[in-house]
Every structure is written in C-alpha cells, then in structure tokens.
Design a protein around this ligand. Structure first.
Ligand code: MOS
Length: 729
C-alpha cells in the first residue's frame, strides 16, 4: 500500500508528560471556579433492602452546609429519571437517589453540599440511615444456579464436548476474584451551570461525547448546551467508559443549588462506585490427538453482574477462534448478585478468558510432551474459524519466534522443578493474547498558521497511552515537521468529534483522521500555491520538508505561502471511518507474553524476574508510547496474576480490602525488566496508517504466562487468581 505511513520510529515525548509530572496538568477536580461548593457522598451500609429512615436534619444544620440531597427530596427534578420506572439509564447507569432501594453495599444514598470540603465531610458523618434489610447474595460459587444467559444462545461449532473423545484431554476449572481499576486519579467531576440551560462539566471520562449526551439527556437539553472538558485524565483502564451515579449527583446537585460543585470520590469509594473486572469462574475441557492436533474445546464461564444490569464481556469469545479446532462449544452465563455493576477493564473478557484457555493449552502441551509453542503452531489458525474469513494481517507466529529468542525459551530445561538460581526455583512460561482491532469514525481538524505552526484538534481524550503524541507523530510524518512546530488540542466537546477512548480503537480511528486531514491540508496548500502564483502544479510536484515544501528545486516556507496568499491560516477538517473491508477480513491484534519467575521453595513467594512481550499491532506509530503502553499492561497483568483481588465479607456483602494498604497493586519492587518487541508490519487493510490497537493485548495473556511459569518452576498448577503464596506452598 503506497499511502502507508513511512514512519521513522521517533522518541518524541508525550504532549502531556511533563505537565503531568510537574503538576502543570489540570485534572477535573482542580478547576478553580468562583463560588465553588463541595460534594460528599454518603453510602449505604447494607447490601440489600430499603431505606426506612434517612436522618438528615443534623447535617442540614451543620456549619457551611448548603444542601443535602437524597431520594427524599429529589422529587421529579430530573426529567430523564421521571421518564420511566427503570432504575437505570441506557440499561447500565444506575439513577442516583432514585428511590429508597439499596442494591449493593456502598451505594450512594445522599449528597452533602457545603462551602468547604471539610464541612461537607463532617456533615456527611451526621447522616444516619435505618434500613429494612433483605437477604443479600454476593457469593458467585453459591449462586451458580441462578445464572442467566445474556447472549441467548451458546456457541457450537460441530460436535459438542468433543474433547472427551480425544486421545489426550483435560478438564480444569479456573477462577478469579474482582479486579478494581484503581487508576491514580480518583473519579472526579466539577459541574458548573452557567445558566439554567447551559452546563460545563470538567469530567473524568474516556469519552467527552458520551458524557455530554448523558448529562444533556438528564434534562432533555440540546447537547450543544453541555460542554464536557477532559484534557488530562490520570488513568482509567475502563472505569470511565461511561458515566456513573456520582457524576449525576454532582450535576443534579449543582443544578439545584445553582452553584458550581466539585465531587471527588475517595479511594474507598472507587471500589463500589466505578465498576471493576468481575469475578469469573470458568471451565475448560480440551483434547487433542497424541501428535498434538486439537480436536475439541469446551469453554464455559460464569461472570458476576449486578441485579440491575446484565454486564457482559467476551470471556469465551477468544476460544472460538484462537486455534484451528474442528469442535468448539462455549457458554457464557451471568450470575446476578447484590453488588455494584462491573464495567470493562483493560482487555475486558479476553484477559479473563485467555487466562483459562492459555493455561489449559500449556497443561495439554505438557500432557502431550510437546513444547507449548510447537503445540500452538501445530494448531495455528490462518483462516478465522468462526466466520471463515482471512485475517487482514496476522503475525502471531512471528511473535512466538521473537519472544522465544529474546527470553531464551529453548535454553530452559522444560522439566518442571528442574531449574534453580540463587536457591530459588526458576520457571519460564508463555501465553498468547488476542483482541479485536477496531476502527471507529473520528474527525480531526488541522490548522496551519501564519507562523508555520500546525495545530491538530480532535475531541478524543488521552487517558494515558500518549494519544496526543500519537496524533503529533502522524502529522510529523505527513509534513516532515519537527515536534516543536505542532500543537495538539484534545479532550473537549468543542473540538471535532471522536470516539470514546477505549477498546484499543483510538490510534486506528483518530490516527487515521489526523492522517486524512493532513493529506487534505497538503492538497489545499497545492491549490493555494497555484492560485497565488498562477501555476498549475500537481500534488506530486511537492516535496514537503520541515519548513515548507520544495517544488522542482525551489523552496517555499509555510510562512511564505500564507503571506503570499494573504491568509492568516489554512484549515482542513476530515472525518475518517472504516468501510467495506470489514466484510472481507477479520481484524485482530496479537500478543505473546513470556515470563521468567523465581519461586521460593519453602514459602512459595513469587518474584517475576523478566517479561518479554512480542506484539503484532500492525504499524507502530510511536515506538516510545507503544512500549510504555505495553509496559503498563504488563504491570497490570502482574497485579492480576499475583496480587489483585477484591475480597468480600459475604456476611455483609462489603469489601474487606477497599484501600491501597490491603488491595495490592504492583509497586516498583514487584516489576522486573520488561522487553517489548514489535513485529511492526503495517496492516494493509485496516486504515490508511496500517496501525492496529495494542492497549488490551498488552495485558491479555500476561496472567497465564505467569501461571505457566509457576508450574514450570514448581510442578504445581494454580488455576485461581491471584496466585498468592498460600496457593503454591
Ligand atoms: Mo478499555 S477496558 O477499552 O478502557
């Protein structure tokens, strides 16, 4: 493809990096607005029942308190809430203070608004609730009977449970507890009604348009009267893919008091108010012939959801097409519990599902006495087994090779418990990952000004991966410009439309829009040149360079061109979206993770010593950002594998570890050197820049690679995440 980017790998810094680490970035809880008020939420202390008494008088009389909002006085002040009897909006967003019902422990039941944060906190402590409690259920294992099938029907390819007829097969159960996103930045919002019909929201969100639509919808307003601003987001991992009740509480509170209001969750509140990766139980049955040809896979999963929404993720989806296997059946069920609603979390579904499948593949390879990579290659799918379409590009085989070479896979002694180093058991493990490589509609505007600066605008948010510098890189390549000549503006509904940042879609979508807009701007320059100089040059006559362009030996700067044309600036806006290629090909990104672990022979303590990831995500637009993104996924994956678990006390339906002292996210000391290798071959069909996404495949496959390494080190299979030392020793 001739229009593919010819990117020189650049190490351009992030557009937001220095601001973020020097306090120069303004987050949604940091906007200083005249007359700002502070909101603090009061939460339910029971998991299920009815609020019979809500004592708010003391709080209302406390110093500085402006308003206490709850179901007792919300009345019909929110038109969207009154529209139907559902407790949710758009199926999954719980209406805040909607009625006296409690659906989970930690549900917001009142909002205190005061003139300072401290006064709001104190007043909130004065609110007392009495409940008529009902029996709650928070235990997945004990409620499997009450599951539902959200997708209606199960997947079946040819024969059901065919694995049982294989020469070699295994059956195994896998389990993991809730993972909570816990980005550094807490859920926070500043809502400012400039008039009764005009709202500005500084929001922690992955998509400003999703937020805008939701807030406008609350009051039946025209979206153009709601502006959502989110230029900096301090991580999200999926928790801000849609709005939550705390945000409604702030918007509604500010509307009622007619005062700007800021609401920031506490770390503890992050555990029940903004979703999580749901606890999941899985069964895999898998069988092959003695020479390692897969015959059948059965994959059944039970995921947790709330009573008020059927949150669904692609847990068993990857199993349907990851390997060439004639007989596959999968089943996915939801267990509705008295818990808050889950939401997508990095590698949603696949991270969970691939843990089971890739551990089972390792185990079967061991039974077959085959190398795990050789076993995977023997069953390598070149045509998508579900819909029989070819992949747009697939270099998973190269990923196996690259990673294996780097970590020294073939130098290991594959026999379990055979290797030691410094008195520790040594284990090597690997696993693969896959995720949809999507592309959404996105718009970008590029503006060249009379000083030769280029501004790129798109409403996309940058939640951490370096989207701003990705946009910059595409433009730098297009114009052969230096980074310093380019300004990026993003994260604002006043900018050209972009999708929500998520699902590994952003580079593919927004990068393409920037690419198309840059091309269009260059074409426009040719037009302007011809008009200004009375010539008939064509696009191919122009060679673009740092300062401008060269036509048949003559150089022109951008500044000269605009001056000559009498223009202050030159501007182009382009929308870019996928087309019919989606009917001809399947689009996926692929990853392979290799890990080396040390396991203490007596205590079972695990230390990850080395991680190598090899990745097929098409063309890598910015190597530095892509590498950082992969490292972040690996760190998240190490947490998922070894330390992170939301633990309920089922007697009360509450978390026992809703804080950073007890819920362990990996710290620097837990993280080994991480190597990231890119196949870096452009996908010829996905978009004009050849890039597939990589946000999700960075974590998918990491946890099973560690579980498999622990097996190699110890001879023990642990199928329950996180793999804490008590499960090994
Ligand atoms: Mo990601 S789970 O698409 O934010």
């Amino acid at each position: 493809m001739e229009n593919l980017l010819n990117l020189i790998p650049d190490d351009t810094d992030r557009t937001d990096g220095i601001l973020k680490v020097t306090g120069g970035a303004t987050y949604s809880a940091e906007y200083k607005i005249e007359g700002l008020t502070y909101g603090v939420l009061v939460q339910s202390t029971i998991a299920k029942g009815k609020i019979t008494v809500l004592e708010t008088k003391k709080a209302e009389g406390a110093p500085g308190v402006i308003k206490v909002l709850s179901h007792l006085n919300l009345n019909n002040s929110v038109p969207r809430y009154a529209k139907d009897d559902n407790v949710t909006i758009d199926r999954n967003i719980q209406k805040v203070f909607y009625n006296d019902q409690v659906y989970f422990a930690g549900q917001p039941i009142a909002l205190v608004i005061a003139d300072t944060y401290e006064r709001a906190v104190y007043a909130a402590s004065l609110i007392k609730a009495n409940y008529q409690e009902e029996k709650h259920h928070t235990y997945l294992e004990k409620n499997l009977e009450n599951s539902i099938s959200p997708e209606g029907k199960d997947y079946l390819r040819n024969e059901k449970d065919a694995y049982k007829n294989s020469e070699v097969y295994l059956e195994a159960e896998y389990h993991q507890l809730n993972n909570i996103h816990n980005p550094m930045e807490l859920g926070s919002i500043t809502a400012n009604w400039e008039s009764d019909e005009k709202l500005t929201v500084y929001d922690k969100t992955q998509g400003v348009f999703g937020s805008q639509k939701h807030y406008a919808g609350l009051y039946g307003m025209d979206s153009k009267n709601v502006r959502v601003i989110a230029p900096f987001v301090g991580g999200a991992f999926g928790m801000a893919l849609h709005t939550w009740p705390y945000q409604d509480a702030a918007v509604i509170g500010a509307k009622i008091t007619k005062l700007p209001l800021k609401l920031m969750l506490t770390r503890m509140q992050m555990f029940t108010m903004v979703g999580y990766r749901p606890e999941t139980k899985q069964f895999i049955g898998i069988g092959a012939s003695k020479d390692g040809v897969l015959n059948g896979i059965t994959h059944n999963a039970w995921g947790v959801t709330s009573t008020y929404d059927n949150f669904t993720e692609g847990t068993v989806g990857g199993t349907q097409f990851m390997y060439k296997c004639p007989n596959v059946n999968t089943q996915y069920k939801l267990v509705k519990l008295d818990v808050s609603n889950p939401i997508w979390m990095r590698g949603p579904g696949e991270a969970t599902g691939m843990f089971a499948l890739e551990c089972a593949m390792d185990e079967l390879a061991f039974k077959l006495n085959m190398d795990p990579i050789a076993f995977r290659l023997k069953n390598y799918a070149t045509v998508h087994p579900v819909n029989n379409l070819p992949w747009s590009s697939k270099f998973l085989d190269e990923c196996y090779e690259l990673g294996a070479k780097k970590i020294g896979w073939y130098n290991r002694n594959p026999k379990p418990k055979s290797m030691t180093e410094d008195g520790m058991l040594v284990g090597y493990g690997m696993a693969s990952g896959v995720f949809n490589a999507g592309r959404g509609a996105a718009t970008a505007r590029v503006i060249l000004d009379e000083n030769g600066k280029l501004t790129i605008q798109s409403a996309i948010t940058d939640i951490g991966p370096g989207t701003g510098v990705m946009m910059k890189s595409v433009a730098m390549d297009s114009f052969k410009m230096d980074a310093i000549q380019i300004i990026v503006e993003l994260g604002d509904t006043n900018l050209p439309p972009a999708p929500t940042q998520g699902g590994s879609n952003t580079t593919s979508s927004v990068g393409s829009a920037v690419y198309d807009a840059c091309t269009a701007l260059k074409e426009k320059m040719v037009e302007v040149y011809n008009q200004s100089f009375g010539e008939q040059k064509v696009y191919d006559d122009f060679k673009f360079n740092k300062e401008g362009f060269n036509i048949k030996g003559k150089s022109f700067s951008y500044v000269d061109l605009l001056k000559k044309a009498g223009l202050k600036e030159l501007e182009v806006t382009r929308e870019s979206r996928s087309g019919t290629e989606r009917q001809k090909y399947v689009f996926n990104s692929f990853s392979v993770h290799f890990t080396k672990v040390h396991v203490h022979p007596l205590t079972g303590m695990v230390k990850v010593k080395e991680v190598v990831c090899a990745l097929d995500a098409g063309k890598i637009i910015s190597e530095k950002q892509a590498r950082s993104q992969m490292i972040g996924g690996v760190v998240g994956g190490i947490g998922m594998a070894l330390t992170e678990e939301g633990v309920y006390d089922h007697r009360y339906g509450v978390y026992t570890n809703n804080n950073f002292a007890d819920y362990h996210v990996p710290v620097h000391a837990d993280i080994p050197p991480i190597d990231v290798l890119f196949v870096n071959k452009p996908d010829p069909y996905i978009n004009p820049i050849g890039a597939k996404g990589l946000g999700e495949v960075s974590i998918i496959g990491l946890a099973p690679s560690i579980a498999n390494a622990i097996f190699h080190a110890t001879g023990k299979r642990v199928r329950d995440l996180p793999i804490t030392l008590d499960k090994i020793a």
